[in-house]
Design a protein around this ligand. Structure first.
Ligand code: 766
Ligand code: MG
Length: 214
């Protein structure tokens, strides 16, 4: 039967990228998505903003909600200091299988723990299952109607500390209006918007960076 888009994306990585070279994996995926088939990776333009925020935070403990093919996982993990850890949640088992192989091709498997399942099931288990106290950086890129409930769930589970940085993708397209209203109006967050474009297109999109104030 016909291959899936993530399978074709992985083939492009294995054909054009150099094993152990994260930048070549990033470039191969961006080339595939720009010249062959669009896919919902954060992309190179928003990806550069992600890189700058990750470099500024220099996190030890990272949570990514929404792995997809592992593009942003590789972008983040390649910037982490030795000993830092990234936990990434993916709901779709087929996407997770592709992402595992992309992460291995990039040579970043030692920094990344990919977990299959729903955020609402795993967030309450982070402490006892992964020995996590709090996260330094959280990247939200999963179901857009889960950004707000999962942020409140992370607050309630004590997973955020003074200074934890949340970075949310797609705050314009597809859009997360309830989440934006919350982080921009809550006294517990200092929030700012990074205007950009929907991956590989001219449509407006952007990232919202929100610092938890405790
Ligand atoms: O849906 C998007 N991402 C979410 C898929 C995640 C499913 C998961 C749920 C879940 C639950 N628990 C744990 C892990 C996970 S992973 C998405 C969509 C577009 C887009 C698509 C069409 C379009 F015309 C314009 C934009 C662009 C983007 O950048 C996206 O990120
Ligand atoms: Mg996204």
């Amino acid at each position: 039967t016909r291959s899936t888009r993530p399978q074709r994306l992985l083939k492009a990585v294995q054909k054009h990228a150099t094993r152990g070279d994260p930048q070549s994996v990033i470039s191969a995926i961006d080339h595939f998505c720009r010249h062959s088939e669009w896919a919902m990776n954060i992309g190179d333009e928003k990806g550069s903003i992600l890189d700058s925020v990750v470099s500024e935070v220099n996190p030890e403990k990272v949570l990514e909600l929404g792995t997809y093919c592992g593009y942003s996982t590789v972008r983040i993990a390649r910037l982490l200091p030795p000993g830092a850890r990234l936990i990434t949640l993916e709901f779709n088992a087929d996407y997770a299988a592709i992402a595992r192989q992309v992460i291995i091709w990039a040579g970043l498997e030692d920094k990344v723990q990919l977990v299959e399942g729903a955020s609402e099931d795993w967030i309450p288990r982070m402490k006892e299952h992964f020995g996590i106290e709090t996260f330094d950086f959280v990247f939200l890129d999963h179901w857009k109607d889960r950004y707000l409930p999962d942020t409140k769930l992370m607050e309630d589970c004590g997973l955020l500390r003074k200074g934890t940085v949340l970075l949310a993708d797609n705050v314009i397209c597809p859009g997360v209006p309830d989440y934006l209203a919350y982080v921009r109006n809550s006294l517990s967050y200092k929030s700012c918007y990074f205007k950009s474009h929907l991956e590989y297109t001219k449509a407006e999109d952007g990232l919202e960076k929100s610092v938890f104030l405790g």
